[in-house]
Ligand binder design. Structure first.
Ligand code: GRG
Length: 313
């Protein structure tokens, strides 16, 4: 469970839901802005093959949850979308590169992602590895070169946070323990929690915090947002595990049922489906409770927390 001193345990808060906020319109609008910025972020020049491979996966769809979270927290604490868009794009570049590498034969060996053939299936393993590397390097260049109207110190903080979330202290470390745990007869809840807080949680937390950092959020706001992010990060992963069992390959846009086939430890395998669902709900309630202090302004983030458990892909 996340732990940074705020409300963490599975205790449901009584936050009232404002029904006037239309999440589906909000998601559609934010996603369109992100898609446009991503499309403009990479131009195809010589050697065309690598730029095409990078664009193939970057523009293949997806929920764009990480950029949307980043834009939402920037606005929540008084910033604007323009300040956060380069970082929002960088988060999606990093996420996309992790998916490209995760799908490689040496890792999860998947043929489909986001409803399309995986990068290595189209461009070959060599180019897929390089496309991931290209996106990762470009993400940092993009933040450093394109961020405007933000204090330089805040841009540096964002770059450091992104680096930590991606490296051995984040995604890479989580993936290593995940690979080590595959096929083991027993994986402890502690190990499972390590995998998910690093592999999935770290980048989601960076997404939430980077937007707020760019807008010079107070330490109290950052602490609350960090707790929100840790709770939704774990809820997101629990739902991901559930969907791997309950959703179809068409709904997911990637091969369903892979966790059981690969004998992966998941929350449903430890808790069962029913307890997994109720734990995810509790985490979301805790996440939303952290935002009560922001009032109505937090509606996008509270609604996004609900979306994380109600999503079908
Ligand atoms: C980061 C240097 C570096 C290497 C990559 C392969 C790897 C190391 C890490 C694996 C990271 C990984 C694939 C985590 C899974 C995260 C996850 C739940 C992905 C699905 O996210 P969604 O549902 O996907 O947001 P969409 O397609 O909607 O964006």
């Amino acid at each position: 469970m996340p732990n940074n001193g705020h409300q963490l345990n599975p205790m449901v808060s009584q936050l009232q839901i404002d029904t006037t906020f239309d999440l589906s319109t909000y998601l559609k609008e934010q996603k369109a802005l992100v898609e446009k910025a991503l499309d403009n972020s990479i131009t195809i020049i010589y050697p065309e093959k690598i730029y095409e491979a990078m664009r193939y996966s970057l523009l293949a769809g997806g929920k764009r949850l990480r950029p949307i979270l980043c834009l939402a927290t920037c606005e929540l604490v008084g910033g604007n979308i323009e300040m956060a868009m380069p970082t929002a794009c960088a988060l999606e570049m990093i996420h996309t590169m992790s998916l490209i590498h995760d799908d490689l034969p040496a890792m999860d060996d998947d043929d489909y992602r986001r409803g399309k053939l995986t990068n290595h299936k189209v461009y070959g393993e060599d180019i897929a590895i390089l496309a991931g590397d290209g996106l990762l390097a470009y993400a940092f260049e993009f933040v450093a070169a394109q961020t405007k109207n933000v204090l330089p110190q805040k841009v540096l903080e964002v770059i450091a946070k992104l680096g930590k979330a991606v490296g051995a202290a984040g995604l890479v470390g989580g993936q290593v323990v995940d690979l080590d745990s595959e096929g083991l007869a027993e994986v402890s809840e502690e190990t499972l929690s390590f995998i998910h807080t690093h592999k999935t949680g770290a980048l989601l937390e960076a997404s939430v915090l980077c937007g707020a950092i760019l807008a010079s959020a107070s330490q109290d706001s950052l602490d609350r947002l960090s707790c929100y992010a840790q709770n939704i990060g774990l809820a997101f992963q629990i739902v991901d595990d559930i969907l791997d069992i309950t959703a179809t390959t068409e709904e997911l846009g990637k091969t369903a049922g892979k966790d059981i086939a690969a004998q992966k430890a998941t929350y449903p395998s430890i808790w069962g489906l029913e307890k997994s669902r109720s734990q995810a709900q509790i985490l979301v309630q805790n996440a939303k409770a952290e935002l009560e202090v922001f009032g109505e302004k937090a509606m996008p983030l509270t609604s996004l927390a609900d979306y994380i458990v109600s999503r079908t892909n």
